[in-house]
Design a protein around this ligand. Structure first.
Ligand code: ADP
Length: 463
């Protein structure tokens, strides 16, 4: 894909190249014509002079010996050739080059006063020829043939071509440079729009493009873009508010329902009814849990979740979470293998860090078969300034198709839906909480080979 800038540079240079070549050709043709006209004018004036001189000195049908060619041409044209031809093509004054080229010269009748021009090529090179028909005082009719070499003219034309051959590419190179600089300057606001627009994501819809000072199309584009983000932001916020309100409203009736169910279960004797109510209680718990998670996500989305940050020992929190999860693990005969570095400080919110680890540990237990091992490790790496927690299980693993989606809201891999507790919000919450702690979460997993979740947090100085 070529950028607008490179397209502008190519088109501009191409256009300028065509215009420049057109102008150069015009200059070349006009200068060549002007040079030839000058030469023709000189030949004509010389031929005139010669014809007059010869005419005045002719006697009895011949020219006097004293009228030598060199004398007449003294001060004339460099390298010129002259020949005088009389009636019936008789040569009155002979020139070898001109007589050899006689076939290429136009025919002209002596004594008519006519004038003709021609360019002929001979062994000695190219010549511009002028033929002037004249008549002497004693009725001697003759034609003066005068020829001048065109090598001077040709060499000036060649010089001009060399000049163009150097100047045109140089001019085009400079044009390309200038076009590139101008295009960069003109497109700079668009580049900055792209950079800022790239940073705008669902998590920071509050960000807006900076408007350029000038009132032009780019500013109009930025304004339109800002208005669009404004509308998306408003729609997003109202959706978040709706989810937050709905989950909030669900909390109270769910608590009442829960309490009533517990109360009824305690007092009932019929085991079948009791079982039914136990199931209802479990579902009410599930619903309450879902409402809590939705509310938490809505608060994170609306940037309303305030972390109570302090320097915390991550090793202590992790061990505490492992201890709490132990009961669940023991039920499935799962054992923990723990390697934790001593005294690893991070800046964090104690409760939120705990929910991160609870979620990951619970998943490891939930998605592992009985009697397997969950390996937990914590390392503090001062050189990288990072604390790394990894939780590895020997469970069923996650397929390559599911892997990119597991942090999405309500996503559950097919196998997880059947009979397993959960609603697919756990990892979405974990990811957002990790991000709020300026950390990163990643997962490596292969079906049948278990999964390893790795969380990294920046280290903090000990309090
Ligand atoms: P759920 O409530 O379904 O556990 P999560 O958001 O915690 O929701 O996880 C999303 C999905 O990621 C799960 O449904 C499951 O398919 C997959 N998953 C998460 N952790 C593991 C794990 N340790 N092993 C295998 N699959 C996992």
């Amino acid at each position: 894909m070529s950028s607008i800038r490179s397209r502008i540079v190519v088109l501009f240079t191409l256009f300028f190249g065509i215009v420049l070549t057109g102008f150069a050709s015009l200059i070349y043709v006009r200068l060549s014509e002007a040079e030839r006209s000058t030469l023709d004018a000189r030949l004509e004036s010389e031929a005139d002079k010669l014809a007059t001189e010869l005419g005045e000195n002719a006697h009895d049908g011949t020219f006097p010996d004293s009228v030598s060619l060199s004398e007449i041409l003294a001060g004339g044209i460099r390298g010129a050739h002259m020949q005088v031809v009389g009636m019936n093509r008789s040569t009155l004054l002979f020139d070898s080059m001109l007589s050899a080229a006689a076939g290429s010269l136009p025919s002209i009748t002596p004594g008519t006063g006519a004038l003709k021009r021609a360019t002929v090529s001979s062994e000695k090179g190219e010549f511009r020829c002028l033929l002037l028909s004249s008549e002497a005082e004693d009725s001697l009719k003759f034609v003066v043939q005068l020829a001048s070499p065109t090598d001077d003219l040709r060499s000036r034309q060649t010089d001009l071509l060399y000049l163009f051959a150097v100047a045109i590419p140089l001019a085009l190179f400079l044009t390309a440079l200038a076009a590139s600089a101008i295009a960069r300057k003109a497109l700079q606001p668009i580049s900055s729009i792209i950079r800022t627009a790239d940073q705008i994501s669902a998590n920071n819809l509050g960000q807006r493009l900076e408007l350029p000072q000038t009132r032009d199309e780019v500013r109009a584009l930025a304004e339109t873009f800002n208005r669009m983000v404004e509308r998306i932001d408003a729609a997003f916020r109202s959706q978040q508010q709706f989810v937050a309100d709905a989950s909030h409203e669900m909390r109270t009736p769910l608590t009442v329902l829960r309490n009533e169910l517990e109360f009824a279960i305690e007092r009932l004797n019929d085991p079948a009814v009791k079982d039914g109510l136990q199931t209802s209680l479990a579902e009410a718990d599930r619903l309450a849990h879902l409402a809590e998670d939705l509310l938490l996500l809505a608060r994170i989305d609306a940037s309303k979740l305030r972390l109570e940050l302090m320097s915390i020992r991550l090793d202590e929190i992790l061990l505490e979470c492992i201890q709490h999860s132990n009961a669940l693990a023991t039920k499935k005969g799962i054992r923990f293998k723990v390697t934790v570095d001593d005294v690893v400080h991070v800046e964090g919110d104690r409760e939120r860090l705990k929910s991160i680890f609870f979620n990951l540990l619970n998943n490891a237990i939930k998605y592992s078969p009985d009697h397997t091992t969950v390996t937990v490790s914590l390392t503090g790496n001062p050189t990288r300034n990072m604390a790394t927690v990894s939780i590895k299980d020997e469970g069923e693993g996650i397929s390559a198709e599911s892997l990119p989606h597991i942090f999405k809201r309500f996503y559950r891999a097919d196998a997880s839906r059947s009979g397993r507790d959960g609603h697919g919000l756990g990892l979405a919450i974990v990811e957002r909480l990790v991000q709020l702690h300026r950390g990163e979460i990643s997962v490596v997993s292969q079906p049948g080979n278990g999964s390893t979740f790795t969380v990294e947090f920046p280290l903090a100085r000990p309090a």
